[in-house]
Structures are given as C-alpha cells and as structure tokens.
Design a protein around this ligand. Structure first.
Ligand SMILES: [Zn+2]
Ligand SMILES: [Zn+2]
Length: 339
C-alpha cells in the first residue's frame, strides 16, 4: 500500500521519532530549553513505527483518516488538527488546522477516493483555537478554486459565523477577481453556511450515512468547545476534540468502535512547572485518564491524536500510560493513517 510505503520512508528518515513540545506549552510559560525531542533512530521510535504499521485496515464502509495529528507546534511531519470520517465516498471533516486541504489531497492520492478536493463541503469544528482553524480560508477557497460548486457547510461553536464572514471579507478581492475576472468562477462554491451549535449536547447533523452528535467538553477557559460522536451506517466513532479530563465521555463513548482522543503523558506533566501544569491540567487530558475513560466506556480501540509531548517523553510512554488502564488496542496516531 502506498500509505505504508510513505510511513516506511518516514521511519527510515527518522522523521516519525520527532514529537516535540507544542506551541501551547510555550504559550503557557515553557521555555525552548525545556523542549526535548526523542533522538531519531532511538529504539523506541522503531517500536512506535511497528505500532503504527499495525493500524487495522477497516473492512467496512467507514474510515477514520487522520489528516493532521498536530498541535500548535509547527512540526513538519504533523499537520494541524484535522480528521476526516469517510463513509463510502462522502467525507465529514472535523477541524481544519493548517495544511488541511493538502493533507486531504495526500489521502486522496493514497487511495481514499472520497477525499477528492471538490468533495470537501461539510465540516465540524470543535472550537475556535487557531491550531484548529488556521486552515479555514484554505478550506473555503482552495476547493472552490479547484472546482467545488456547492457551498461549504460548517457546524461549530458560537463565533463561527463571525469568523466565516470576516474571512470572506479578508479575501474579498480574491473572490471578486475570480468571479468577475477571466476565471468566471461560480460564486456558489465559495459560499459558507455556518451552523452555530448552542446546545450542550444533541444531534446537529444527519443524512443517510451518518448521524452527528455534538457534545460540550471542558477546555480550560473556552466557553464553547465540542467533541463529536459519529454514528454511521456501520461504526461509531467518537472524537474528543481538545478537552480537559471529562468523565461525561464514558457515557457518550459507551461501546464506540473508535475513540479518537487527545493526550499528554502524565509522567512528563509532573516534570513541568506549576504554570504549565495548571494550563494543561484543565485544557487537556493525560494519557492515563484517556485509558481510564476508554476502559470504563468499553470502546473498541483508542487512537491518540493532538499528542502533547511536554518533556521529552516518547510515543511509547504515552501509549504505555493508556495501557495501564485499558487493555484494548491503543494506537499512536500519525498523519495520513487510516483506521
Ligand atoms: Zn488544539
Ligand atoms: Zn484547543
């Protein structure tokens, strides 16, 4: 498979071993000197690659495609947070971090036909943090320039409408020239239809293939942050979004096939200063806690994404922490993997 070929190349180049600290950490008072990246070619890196190489190829109609597993950190091998759930050939995006359209196209090139660029017309946003939204103008404009003829529908927290309108205003000249100039593009494809979610929990979208439920999660000082539960024709996938420890997820994710959850490593957490711990303790969830939630919810598998490596901790350590609580399959998600 092409995907594995690319993964093997990355492993050979030592690139998959690098999981540095995030920009969030820096914003919370960390210093560059505290950052540490596992050495390329370290024994642990090979283990993580094996872990990754064993991703279960989904046999059914629903695939979870990791478009970007990154954080605010500008890591070359981890694009900004973005996930696609693809049912048959229909893609449902969750978040649009920087790089989203190119990663979707990479997945298309890898064989996920549903992610052809013109198909990107439905997205669900977890919250307005810039690492999750910096790809928004890309998602609005690029598929349109490349032939999308339908409006883009986006579901997300209050503030989404203002962000959408302001972005279109920012790109007003581009749109004006492409519509009124020689390109003669159909303006329908650059239309954005925002749907702001105000209920703490409820189904926000439904079609023949999927029902999408949004649920409020605690994300530090954000007033509105959501996770999403996708019940498709053959699978249930729960995406945590960015969240602090959230016991309510046990009931929401009960018996789900896949729990895609953010994480940081607890051991590294306690080596950090108080300010950093105060930030991450309420904005994010430790891998140990992810394992506890997964076990109580009896999910089919855990896939980690938006992994925060706070103090030189390795992917293996993060996975091991989940495993102290949960004895099902645990995967350290990497960009362009398919579950
Ligand atoms: Zn984030
Ligand atoms: Zn966030």
């Amino acid at each position: 498979m092409r995907r594995q070929g690319i993964g093997a190349w990355l492993v050979a180049a030592g690139l998959l071993a690098g999981c540095g600290a995030s920009g969030t950490e820096m914003a919370a008072g960390g210093t560059g000197a505290e950052r540490s990246v596992p050495a390329a070619g370290a024994a642990g890196a090979a283990t993580a690659a094996v872990e990754s190489g064993q991703t279960p190829a989904p046999a059914g109609r629903t695939r979870v495609v990791l478009l970007g597993t990154g954080t605010p950190g500008a890591e070359p091998d981890r694009s900004g947070p973005a996930t696609a759930i693809v049912v048959d050939d229909t893609p449902y995006l969750i978040d649009f971090g920087p790089g989203v359209v190119r990663r979707a196209t990479a997945a298309f090139v890898n064989g996920v036909d549903g992610l052809r660029v013109q198909n990107l017309r439905l997205a669900f946003l977890t919250h307005l943090h810039s690492d999750h939204t910096a790809g928004y103008p890309d998602l609005i404009l690029t598929p349109w320039v490349l032939g999308r003829r339908a409006p883009l529908h986006v579901y997300g927290p209050p503030g989404l409408t203002a962000m959408s309108e302001n972005l279109l205003e920012a790109y007003r000249e581009d749109v004006r020239v492409r519509v009124g100039g020689a390109e003669r593009l159909d303006p329908t494809g650059v239309r954005v239809v925002p749907h702001e979610i105000t209920e703490a929990r409820g189904v926000v979208y439904q079609d023949d293939l999927v029902s999408v439920e949004a649920f409020a999660v605690p994300h530090g000082t954000w007033e509105h942050a959501f996770g999403y539960k996708f019940v498709t024709v053959d699978r249930t996938v729960v995406v945590s979004g960015d969240t602090g420890p959230f016991d309510g997820l046990v009931e929401i994710a009960r018996d789900a096939d896949v729990l895609l959850h953010e994480a940081y490593t607890s051991a590294a957490f306690y080596r950090r200063n108080l300010g950093t711990r105060r930030y991450h303790g309420t904005f994010h969830t430790s891998a140990t806690k992810v394992g506890e939630i997964a076990a109580r919810a009896n999910v089919g598998m855990v896939v980690l994404y938006h992994q925060l490596h706070l103090a030189g901790d390795s992917p293996e350590q993060m996975v091991a922490e989940v495993r102290t609580q949960f004895d099902g399959p645990v995967f350290y998600g990497r960009d362009l993997e398919v579950y």
